[in-house]
Design a protein around this ligand. Structure first.
Ligand SMILES: *Cc1c(COP(=O)(O)O)cnc(C)c1O
Length: 488
């Protein structure tokens, strides 16, 4: 039997890619909410391939079959778009990745690609490792990267232990990320990238991103930003010139809390002194198809759709969360048991003016409620209880609606004491560097009415006045929800 050859498939794929590109161009012209809702999933695709399903299907299949040897050859040679095997890619993963790429480049005309990963930590590893390669001309040179020290606890561990300690790759720590001279002084010819978390979790460190990006590019290296806390509803670093954006989509993006995931979104043609042209031209696709194929950290199709489902309403949720957080922050600020409230939205915060430059609710000027750009500051805040660690624990134990969990970004309010949880591994010194005293409670206000959250905070503070309101009864744990309900 005469085969048609791989050319036939390559040509068909070219036509279909062209159609898809024009569809993406059309989506790009839509507003943020519209992109979040429809993403890259078209009516065409639904009717032609998915039996009219209006919601993106979860492709739970491990692998994709091919019509014949030619198609398989073209696919596995990456000559035609293919997902092949779900460790690498999958249509459901793409629905999320394509949408995130559009949202991160919203309003810029930039082209970016996204690789979704099994967690935020996997996203960070996927984003930084390709730059931390040995230079064959200089194999003994110790390479380094410059990154803010106020980072998420897991990031601190990955950088300090997995890279610096185990791999002899130096992490040069920025103590005050808002001091540009510090960035300048730490960069040398062996620096592979600059990295910043902004706003940082939990300290909300913030820096003048535009200036640090300019510095990175002057030195010929990429700028990587972890923008998990802001989400694309408030800040899109690629628009400011960043090369790569990282998200833990386990947080506000998937506020329902239905899954863990991460994302790397990279601009095309990024700046780097190392790496192949292929890597620099399209970093998102490169890591997805090559290093992540070999290392296996990409997201599962199920978690991808869980994230996508929450992502659709991101903008309005972030707006509501932010407004409630502001009310709670103002309440805490005047509380007699509170020493300090750290929230970028408060005008008393030293970084408030700078945060205003970057944290703007997307499309607020096109929103009938606002009609002008409005600042929103997200739902991460922290406060320090007067009386130190012991007092903080008492307040914390008094909550009956705010969940005690090492989590954030939820539709349900959640609090933690970072010194004994997320940041316990990095030791006293690391915590001092990150400004995380034992009296600090990180609070993330969810979708409840702020009055109810304030009431729950009151319960916590009541403990400091010797009024301990029991959180749960023995029947609660023994009898489950129904007996607890009856009890109250
Ligand atoms: C949670 C978090 C991470 C890690 O994400 P996971 O999905 O938990 O792996 C990275 N950066 C920031 C800012 C985070 O809050």
């Amino acid at each position: 039997m005469k085969t048609q050859g791989t050319d036939h498939y390559v040509e068909a794929a070219r036509r279909s890619a062209e159609w898809h590109r024009s569809h993406l161009e059309a989506m790009r012209k839509c507003r943020f909410d519209t992109i979040a809702v429809h993403g890259v999933y078209s009516m065409q695709e639904s009717l032609d391939f998915n039996q009219g399903s209006i919601i993106e299907p979860i492709y739970m299949s491990t692998s994709q079959a091919y019509r014949d040897a030619d198609e398989m050859e073209a696919a596995l040679g990456y000559q035609i778009p293919t997902w092949c095997y779900s460790r690498i890619g999958n249509p459901s993963m793409y629905y999320l990745e394509g949408t995130l790429a559009l949202l991160e480049t919203y309003g810029t005309g930039l082209d970016a690609t996204c690789c979704a990963t099994s967690s935020g930590m996997a996203a960070i590893q996927s984003a930084v490792d390709p730059f931390l390669v040995v230079d064959p001309a200089n194999p003994d040179q110790r390479i380094n990267f410059v990154a803010t020290s106020q980072v998420y606890g897991g990031t601190f561990q990955q950088f300090a232990i997995r890279k610096d300690q185990e791999k002899y790759i130096e992490w040069r720590k920025i103590r005050n990320s808002n001091d540009l001279n510090e960035w300048v002084s730490l960069i040398d010819e062996n620096t592979r990238f600059l990295y910043g978390e902004m706003p940082s979790n939990p300290g909300q460190a913030f820096f003048d991103l535009e200036k640090v990006i300019e510095l990175a590019h002057r030195k010929g290296i990429p700028m990587i930003v972890d923008a998990t806390v802001a989400t694309p509803a408030l800040m899109r670093p690629l628009a400011w010139g960043a090369d790569i954006v990282i998200h833990s989509i386990s947080k506000t993006v998937t506020s329902s809390g239905f899954g863990i995931g991460g994302a790397v979104i990279a601009r095309k043609h990024l700046v780097s002194k190392v790496g192949s042209d292929e890597m620099k031209t399209d970093f998102g696709t490169y890591i997805k198809l090559l290093p992540n194929r070999d290392n296996g950290p990409n997201i599962s199709p199920f978690n991808a759709i869980m994230a996508l489902n929450d992502l659709r309403t991101l903008r309005s949720k972030v707006d509501q969360f932010s407004r409630s957080t502001m009310k709670v922050a103002q309440y805490l600020r005047q509380h007699r048991h509170v020493e300090q409230v750290d929230y970028l939205g408060l005008d008393s915060h030293p970084l408030h003016p700078l945060a205003k430059k970057y944290l703007v609710l997307v499309d607020s000027e096109a929103d009938e409620l606002y009609g002008k750009p409005v600042n929103r500051f997200g739902h991460l805040m922290s406060f320090r209880v007067k009386g130190g660690g012991e007092a903080a624990r008492k307040v914390f134990d008094g909550f009956n609606m705010i969940w005690r969990a090492t989590d954030l970004g939820r539709i349900k309010s959640v609090a933690t004491i970072p010194a004994i949880s997320t940041h316990s591994q990095q030791g006293e010194e690391g915590r001092k560097l990150a400004d995380i005293p034992p009296s600090l409670i990180r609070l993330c206000v969810g979708g409840e009415h702020s009055d109810d959250i304030i009431r729950d905070l009151e319960r916590g503070f009541a403990a400091l006045d010797g009024k301990v309101i029991p959180v749960s009864s023995p029947e609660y744990s023994a009898g489950g929800a129904s007996s607890a309900t009856l009890k109250r």
